[in-house]
Write a new protein. Sequence first.
Length: 133
Amino acid sequence: MIAKNNIFNIRKGLGPKWKGETGVCKGFVEFETREHGIRAWIVLMRTYRVKYRCATVRAIVTRFAPPNENNTQAYIKYCRERVYKSEITWLSTTADYVRLGCAMAKMETGTELTAHEIYEVMIKNKVSFLSEK
């Protein structure tokens, strides 16, 4: 099941609503548009990097898709092969995160997300993986 426009299966947390959040379905955020869902994932990845110091494929996937709910090792392997980094190498460029996003969307919901879509959302919404805000 894919919650409306939530191609990453982002769960509803305790924090404030996401931009474009319209509701929750079985614990997963529903978004007004696909763009809002992508934007939320970008902001979430920035939060992982800045607040939690999670910036490797292993750290990100383990936090995002914990072993009690997923085959986390297979998920890590799938993502690292598409990011072209070892699972313990720090993701240091926007391109690293864009490749990760394409892999995670495919892994989470089978969605074929393009790099172009992620870049478009970043530009339009003025959000970045690497900035502090």
